[in-house]
Design a protein around this ligand. Structure first.
Ligand SMILES: [Zn+2]
Length: 128
């Protein structure tokens, strides 16, 4: 129990510190620095438990591995077209005004911006 709590809190800390959605592999790599005994099976099991508890949300974009993050409404997702990295950008969004057909009820929305991250911006060495 104690052990499980420690692993879960390590995973949460990794996600908060990185400040962007992470793949299980990225979570494992960072989490091992804090809990060296952490393994892939534990990471997957913890992710599943935290998804059930609503502590984490999974993010799936076409052509991308599933990433996980701590839900936060006050940000947008930015996907770099070159390195495919997904960033959380703190940018409070006005609630979108949607005219949905009758019968549809909106319960949330998400804004995804595609472009170049600072590392891949045109003009940077190595950038295309
Ligand atoms: Zn990039």
């Amino acid at each position: 129990m104690q052990r499980r709590t420690k692993q879960r809190s390590a995973i949460l800390r990794v996600l908060r510190e990185e400040g962007r959605p992470l793949t299980p592999e990225e979570i494992l790599r960072q989490g091992k620095k804090e809990v060296p005994s952490l393994g892939m099976t534990t990471v997957y099991r913890s992710i599943r438990a935290m998804l059930d508890d609503g502590v984490l949300v999974g993010i799936q974009y076409p052509g991308q591995p599933t990433r996980y993050e701590v839900p936060a409404p006050e940000h947008i997702h930015f996907i770099c077209n070159r390195c495919r990295q997904v960033y959380d950008l703190p940018l409070p969004q006005e609630e979108a005004t949607l005219s949905l057909p009758s019968g549809f009820v909106a319960e949330g929305h998400e804004l995804i911006v595609y472009g170049r991250c600072p590392d891949c911006a045109p003009g940077r060495p190595g950038a295309v």
